[in-house]
Design a protein around this ligand. Structure first.
Ligand code: GUN
Length: 304
């Protein structure tokens, strides 16, 4: 391995500590306690793990944190009325509805009902619009892309003029990641399942962001020498070498071979994943500060 391994776990822990200190200052000076509500529908095991770690992080940051667990067969109207209740609750500054939702619920109806200033996921059309219109400072920015960008800037500094390829066009990661990289003056390509000759597209990239959700699909020999690789994928695969029925987590990038070529690379686990949760805390603090009439904090600068 020649690449520098980017320690997202350590950087996220450092960021959560800074957020906890800033939250204490806010509470001491204004009495405002940042509040987050996480809503989960159904019993998806992976979603339950994420929701539990969000609650734990919120408590460590001194936030007021509530979780609403609804049955998989809850009616859409009931979920919508919960959102309305949270929209009107002054103790709640951030609302997150864990995705995916069951098929009988219209996801966009739910996301569009969340008040944009409480939309700590950054999925409301108002926030999507602000980000793509270059008004990032007024938006709530989706957590995974925002965390990925912090890792990228810490690794290589100024991104201006770099060729960036984002693989995956989801609303949660691919599209907002492309908007952030464009705002950093990268030349951005969004590749996806219909892209012709993906290996050649990736070979041109100074920055590769993989967000496809397919285990080790991006091969190491596609990575340009010295490139920065941000692997957003979290895929569970069988690991018979660890014993019968065992599994392990891998990214969307073939780590060992990619690390031979890359200059910097995020591991899975311990790369982007912990940053997502740290940025959710950051967005919640931002929402609370905005409501109190305070300026946004620069979280990348806080990390120093
Ligand atoms: N499911 C997978 N990723 C996310 C995310 O970033 N936010 C929400 N709300 N659900 C998710």
């Amino acid at each position: 391995m020649t690449a520098v391994r980017i320690d997202g776990k350590a950087i996220a822990a450092e960021l959560r500590e800074k957020i906890a200190a800033e939250a204490q200052t806010l509470i001491g000076e204004t009495g405002v306690v940042p509040g987050i509500a996480v809503v989960i529908v159904g019993e998806d095991p992976a979603s339950k793990v994420y929701v539990a770690s969000k609650g734990k992080a919120a408590k460590e940051c001194h936030f007021h944190s509530v979780e609403h667990s609804l049955c998989a067969d809850v009616g859409e109207a009931e979920l919508l009325s919960l959102i309305e209740e949270l929209n009107g609750d002054d103790a709640i500054h951030g609302i997150l509805v864990q995705l995916p939702l069951p098929d009988h619920i219209d996801e966009s109806k739910v996301l569009n009902l969340i008040r944009p200033d409480k939309d700590v996921d950054g999925f409301h059309p108002i926030n999507v619009g602000l980000l793509t219109a270059g008004e990032r400072d007024k938006a709530m920015v989706p957590c995974t892309p925002a965390g990925s960008l912090i890792l990228a800037k810490r690794a290589i500094g100024n991104l201006s003029g770099k060729d960036a390829v984002v693989i995956g066009r989801s609303n949660i990661v691919g599209k907002p990641m492309a908007a952030l990289l464009l705002a950093e003056s990268c030349t951005v390509t969004i590749a996806h399942s219909r892209t012709k000759d993906l290996p050649d597209v990736v070979r041109r990239a100074d920055i590769v962001v993989a967000a496809v959700g397919r285990p080790e699909m991006i091969k190491g020999d596609w990575i340009k020498k010295g490139a920065l690789v941000i692997d957003v994928g979290i895929n569970r695969i069988p690991a018979p070498e660890r014993g019968e029925g065992k599994t392990r987590l891998v990214g969307d990038v073939e780590f060992d071979s990619a690390a031979e070529n890359a200059g910097h690379i995020t591991p899975v686990p311990g790369g982007v994943g912990p940053m997502t949760i740290a940025l959710l805390m950051a967005n919640t603090l931002t929402a609370a500060r905005r409501k109190a009439g305070l300026d946004d904090l620069d979280y990348a600068a806080l990390l120093g």
